[in-house]
Write a protein that binds this ligand. Structure first.
Ligand code: UGA
Length: 404
């Protein structure tokens, strides 16, 4: 098939590369000319494992352009543009603008909305463009986006008839749910909001564990997760959820429900707990060691999680800001993030550790998991991701560990 992908952010680039790799002829369109130039040279503007290789291997089938006319002749066009929040909730300007441009050059194509949009959006796009509009939310995680796109737990397709959209994803062999556009749109929000709820829930249980000598949130989560009704994923206590999706989507869902006078107070409390989590973690540090003024601190992991260089809504960045506000001198280390305006980033992990009196694990890179007792000796260690293989006595504080 000839397929178009509009919006070459994390979702769009991965979708384009995977579909080209499966033999489709794919045209990726983005208004950012620099991005197009670099993709044409095979340089991928983001760090995503496996993506650069996939693009290189699919080069014959993959074209990039900033000209919407390149979409002419496409049978299906994916909309993968951002849907940021504004004061009223979700800002759909990019989706509306992109679909309008598509309709003026490829009206006979079907339009597939992959961007996360509030229920009712596909209906409006259909009315505005006169095109057949489908909803096909994505459930891939940054850091494993290529694998997730090729092996999704399920494919959700909203709109009727779903045949073309279905045939695009048939190669995955995954279960396909065909439903209304509105259900598809809501499945995405409800999924992200539920996963965010699991995270705030386990972080609150971690707080509780810390008050109980002998308790350990990791063991509690493991025991809970063995119940298939609960499941063991997204029960890792830590710094709270960050990234470009959960913070944005929980807030958009909440404001969508408020507009309808529907009580979504569960999500409201998930958000408010997550928003205050970083401040609370910093108070846990000061409770243990007193004032942070002049203290040298190293944050291990700066992106919003491991295996990505994405700093959007990164909890490590919020943590660094809070520590700096408290008077600490903060340096960071990350295997792929090499600069931020906020603090000095060390090129080498040993250099970062030897500079500091306090070490904080903030993301789950394997490199950090391998740190030894000797490497951390003499340091105050705050294991906020619970990744270190140390005895409890060697850790100043581990999230969710109750000490005597
Ligand atoms: C999330 C969803 O997991 C994807 O299914 C969805 O497609 C995507 O949003 C999206 O809407 O585009 P992503 O934001 O890439 O994916 O990252 P996650 O792996 O979900 O992590 C989100 C945040 O939660 C990170 O800060 C992570 O560290 C944190 N987290 C995750 C925890 O603190 N504990 C956990 O157990 C899991």
């Amino acid at each position: 098939m000839k397929i178009g992908v509009v919006g070459l952010g994390y979702v769009g680039i991965v979708t384009a590369a995977v579909l080209a790799n499966k033999g489709n002829e794919v045209v990726g369109v983005d208004v950012d000319q620099n991005k197009i130039q670099s993709l044409k040279k095979g340089v991928v503007p983001i760090f995503e494992p496996g993506l650069e290789n996939l693009i290189r291997n699919s080069a014959m089938k993959l074209n990039f352009t900033d000209n919407f006319n390149g979409l002419e002749g496409c049978e299906a066009i994916f909309i993968c543009v951002p849907t940021p929040n504004n004061k009223e909730g979700i800002d759909l300007t990019y989706v509306m603008d992109a679909s309008k441009k598509v309709s003026s050059c490829a009206k006979d194509s079907i339009l597939i909305i992959k961007s996360t949009v509030t229920p009712g959006t596909a209906r409006v796009v259909r009315k505005n463009t006169g095109m057949s509009v489908f909803s096909n939310p994505e459930f891939t995680r940054e850091g494993s986006a290529v694998y997730d796109t090729e092996h999704p737990d399920r494919i959700v397709i909203g709109g009727d008839p779903a045949d073309v959209c279905e045939s695009i994803w048939k190669f995955t062999g995954s279960k396909i749910i065909k439903t209304t556009n509105e259900n598809a749109e809501l499945i995405k929000y409800a999924s992200n909001a539920f996963l965010a709820t699991k995270i705030s829930f386990i972080n609150q249980i971690a707080d509780l564990c810390e008050t109980i000598p002998g308790a350990d949130v990791n063991v509690v989560a493991e025991g809970m997760g063995m119940d298939r009704r609960i499941g063991n994923e997204f029960l890792k206590a830590g710094l709270g959820y960050g990234g470009s999706c959960f913070p944005k989507d929980t807030k958009a869902l909440l404001s969508f429900s408020l507009d309808r006078n529907v009580d979504l107070s569960i999500i409201e409390s998930v958000i408010s707990y997550n928003d205050k989590r970083i401040k609370e973690l910093v108070s846990k540090i000061t409770d243990k060691i007193g004032s942070l003024r002049g203290k040298k601190i190293c944050i291990l992991g700066l992106a919003f999680k491991d295996n990505t260089d994405d700093l959007r809504e990164s909890r490590s960045i919020s943590l660094a800001q809070e520590l700096i506000r408290s008077g600490a001198i903060v340096k960071g280390f990350d295997p792929v993030v090499k600069n931020t305006d906020l603090m000095e980033i060390c090129n080498d992990i040993d250099q970062c550790i030897s500079f500091s009196e306090i070490i904080i694990t903030a993301t789950e890179w394997n490199l950090f998991k391998d740190l030894t007792k000797e490497e951390l000796s003499g340091k105050k260690v705050f294991d906020f991701r619970r990744i270190l293989n140390l005895e409890n006595s060697e850790i100043t504080m581990g999230v969710g560990i109750g000490k005597n």
